[in-house]
Write a protein that binds this ligand. Structure first.
Ligand SMILES: *Cc1c(COP(=O)(O)O)cnc(C)c1O
Length: 387
C-alpha cells in the first residue's frame, strides 16, 4: 500500500492533506517522494522558523539529543532554564511555564488569569473575554475560547465562562467589562486562522487600558504571531502594549513541539507547586532548538522580515484577481477573486506550497527565506490568482 493509502486507512481522518509526501528539504525548499522540489511558503504552519534541516538548528538539537533527551520536570536541565531567561530578558516578562503546544500554552494563560482573579476578587470572577473570529486551540477549553461557532458544534458542552465580542469595537468591549465578572481578556494581535487580520492599534491599546483600570489579566496569544513572525519578536511589540501574559508555540521550537506561557509581573508568582504541570513541557531537546531560534531573531533578521513583507505586499496588492493583501511581517493573507483553495492548488502545480486561512491564501514562510525564492513564489501566486 502506498503511504497516502496507508495514512488514509489508519490515521484519523481529521486532516484534508494535500497529495504530497514530503521526504526531505533544505531551508525553504522541500522535496517530495518523487524528487519534485517546492518553494515552501508555509513552513509547517509557521513552525520551521529557519526552514527544513537548518544546519545550526540541527546541530543545537542533536547535541542535546545525544546528551539527555528527557528528564521530566523533577530535575533541573540547562536548556529549559536558559531559554526561560532569554525569553524574559527579551520581553520583560518575569517567569515562563513550558508546555508542548499552542493550546496548552493558552490553557496555562487561562489558569493563571483565573487564579489571579479568584485570589484577588473572588472565584466568581472567572470569565474570559475573547474575540469573534479568533482561534485559540482545539482542547475543550481553548475551543470555548475560540470565537468561531463552526468549531463548537457537536462538541458541547465546552468549558463555561468564555464571552466573545467583535474585534475593534471599544464600546462593546467597555460594556462587557463593566457588566460581567471578568478574569482576563485574550486576543491575537493578528488573527491568524481567522484570515490574517491585524487588529486596530487603538482597540488593542484600549484593551490594555481597560484591563489596567479594572485589574483584569491581559493575555496575548502569540502562538502564530510570535517568535519574529510579525517583524518584531512578539506581535504585541508592534502595538505599543505590555500584556500581563503571553502564550506562544508554533515557531518557538523551530520544528519541535514546545509551548511557552510568559508571565508578567502581576502573575509571576500566581502558579505555585502543584498548580500546573506537564510531563514533556520544557523538554531539553525542544528548548535547545528554541534557544537557537530565539537567539537568531535579532534586529537584522527582523528588519529583513519587514522588508520581505513589504515586497510581497507591494508586489501582490492591486494585481488582477487579488482583492486585498493583509497581515504583518511574514504572516500574509491574500484575498483572491477565485476560491483560495483553487489558487493554492494551482500554486502547487507550479511548485509553490501555500496555506489558506478562511477565504484567503495565507503565507507563513521561514523567517530566513531567501529573497530570490520570495520573488519566484510571488510571481507564481500572482499568475495563479490572475488566471
Ligand atoms: C495554532 C494556534 C493555536 C493552537 O496551537 P496548537 O499547537 O495546534 O495547539 C492557538 N492559537 C493560535 C493563535 C494559533 O494560531
Amino acid at each position: 500500500m502506498d503511504i497516502k493509502e496507508l495514512d488514509k486507512k489508519y490515521v484519523a481522518g481529521t486532516y484534508n492533506r494535500f497529495p504530497v509526501e514530503i521526504v526531505s528539504g533544505k531551508g525553504s525548499v522541500v522535496c517530495d517522494v518523487n524528487g519534485r522540489e517546492y518553494i515552501d511558503m508555509g513552513s509547517g504552519i509557521g513552525v520551521t522558523s529557519f526552514g527544513i534541516a537548518d544546519e545550526e538548528w540541527v546541530k543545537a538539537v542533536t547535541a542535546q539529543l545525544a546528551a539527555v533527551q528527557h528528564t521530566s520536570n523533577l530535575y533541573y536541565t540547562e536548556p529549559c532554564a536558559r531559554l526561560a531567561e532569554i525569553l524574559c530578558s527579551r520581553t520583560g516578562m518575569k517567569k515562563v511555564f513550558f508546555s508542548n503546544s499552542g493550546a496548552e500554552a493558552n490553557e496555562c494563560a487561562i489558569k493563571a488569569a483565573r487564579k489571579y482573579a479568584a485570589e484577588k476578587k473572588g472565584s466568581e470572577y472567572y470569565k474570559i473575554v475573547t474575540l469573534e473570529n479568533s482561534f485559540h486551540g482545539r482542547t475543550l477549553t481553548t475551543l470555548a475560547a475560540t470565537g468561531q461557532d463552526k468549531f463548537h458544534t457537536l462538541f458541547n458542552p465546552l468549558t463555561p465562562g468564555f464571552l466573545h465580542i467583535p474585534a475593534n469595537d471599544t464600546d462593546i468591549l467597555r460594556a462587557m467589562l463593566d457588566k460581567e465578572k471578568i478574569a482576563g481578556v485574550m486576543i491575537e494581535c493578528i488573527q491568524g486562522e481567522g484570515g490574517v487580520n491585524p487588529l486596530d492599534a487603538a482597540f488593542v491599546k484600549e484593551i490594555e487600558t481597560c484591563c489596567r483600570e479594572k485589574d483584569i489579566i491581559f493575555i496575548v496569544d502569540e502562538v502564530q504571531t510570535g517568535n519574529g513572525r510579525s517583524g518584531r519578536l512578539y506581535s504585541y511589540m508592534n502595538f505599543g502594549v505590555a500584556p500581563d501574559v503571553v502564550s506562544t508555540a508554533k515557531g518557538l521550537g523551530g520544528g519541535l513541539p514546545l509551548g511557552a506561557t510568559l508571565l508578567g509581573e502581576k502573575v509571576e508568582s500566581i502558579l505555585g507547586f502543584g498548580d500546573h504541570g506537564s510531563t514533556f513541557g520544557g523538554n531539553p531537546v525542544s528548548c535547545a532548538g528554541a534557544i537557537n531560534v530565539i537567539s537568531r531573531i535579532n534586529e537584522g533578521l527582523l528588519a529583513e522580515i519587514r522588508e520581505k513583507s513589504k515586497y510581497i505586499m507591494d508586489e501582490l496588492s492591486g494585481c488582477p484577481g487579488i482583492e486585498s493583501v493583509t497581515g504583518m511581517g511574514l504572516m500574509i493573507g491574500i484575498k483572491t477573486q477565485k476560491p483560495a483553495a483553487e489558487v493554492v492548488r494551482e500554486c502547487m502545480e507550479h511548485n509553490v506550497l501555500c496555506l489558506t486561512a478562511k477565504d484567503k491564501v495565507r503565507l507563513l514562510p521561514a523567517l530566513n527565506i531567501p529573497m530570490e525564492l520570495v520573488a519566484k513564489a510571488v510571481s507564481v501566486i500572482r499568475e495563479a490568482a490572475g488566471k
